[in-house]
Design a binder for this molecule. Structure first.
Ligand code: ASP
Length: 265
């Protein structure tokens, strides 16, 4: 299992618990989310059940787990031997240091680093879709920041931060240090900028640059990226650091991997 940033095998929090965040939204403003969910391998499916079966938008922690079990999802141990070993290596230094999909890291160990636990340690799987009838939807799922404090929730399950869909305008999702995305209501901001006439590309750039302008020093060493899709099918993506890639797929092409432009080259 090579992916340590979502679901089973996701890196745990500082106390060794794998806790997952996910959200889903459609063009009718229907949305569902789970946060700090443990022991369920596919939190996005539970988020969908929240949307379909409850009067609520978000369930968290023990309540989210109870709901998932009631819905028939199997309870699993999500901490794999490999993730357990990485966590134990991290415990030797206990340095909280986000390292994501940027030039500073690769999908694996940070080049030239000898620090235990110094690995690519956070990411999100975000999906935006437009169907043949012009209906938009989106979803995102993550195990959040490796070695986070117990109970920490990132941007991904927060509608408007990690994900936002407006059926008239477009959809956006984010990856990177969730605290920064929550601070600027990132995905909502991207969609609202599109409503004001910006292309998905320009909207992603403006949302990222607001973080860079507000926190220039902090921004130098962290990653945040946005992906956007307009109702007309135009796509945009932009990140603080180089290294954020996305896959595009339509009736003419399958999984074209495209590197996003970035603020720092
Ligand atoms: N945004 C996620 C979080 O903060 C992590 C990531 O996408 O890198 O939980």
């Amino acid at each position: 299992m090579k992916n340590h940033t979502v679901g089973r095998a996701g890196y745990p929090d500082r106390d060794g618990h794998v806790s997952l965040d996910a959200s889903i939204m459609d063009d009718q403003w229907r949305c569902g989310a789970v946060a700090a969910l443990e022991h369920i391998a596919h939190p996005i499916s539970v988020a969908r059940r929240v949307l379909e079966k409850t009067p609520h938008v978000m369930l968290v922690g023990a309540g989210a787990l109870q709901f998932a079990l009631e819905q028939g999802f199997p309870r699993e141990e999500l901490l794999t031997p490999e993730s357990d070993a990485a966590w134990k290596a991290w415990l030797k230094t206990q340095t909280y240091k986000p390292i994501a999909n940027s030039e500073m890291s690769t999908y694996g160990h940070v080049p030239n680093s000898k620090l235990p636990g110094d690995v690519h340690n956070h990411d999100t799987l975000g999906i935006l879709a437009l169907d043949q009838q012009g209906r938009l939807s989106g979803a995102c799922t993550t195990s959040g920041m490796a070695w986070k404090m117990r109970g920490r929730v990132g941007d991904s399950p927060i509608i408007g931060a990690g994900l936002y869909v407006d059926g008239e305008i477009g959809a956006a999702t984010s990856t990177g240090v969730g605290e920064e995305v929550i601070r600027n209501s990132g995905s909502f901001l991207v969609v609202e900028l599109m409503r004001q006439g910006l292309s998905p590309q320009r909207a992603c750039e403006e949302a990222v640059m607001r973080i860079v302008r507000r926190r220039p020093e902090t921004a130098k060493s962290l990653q945040v990226g946005f992906l956007a899709l307009s109702r007309q099918g135009a796509v945009g993506a932009f990140a603080i650091q180089k290294g954020f890639v996305y896959a595009r797929c339509d009736q003419n092409s399958v999984d074209q991997i495209i590197p996003a432009k970035s603020a720092f080259l």
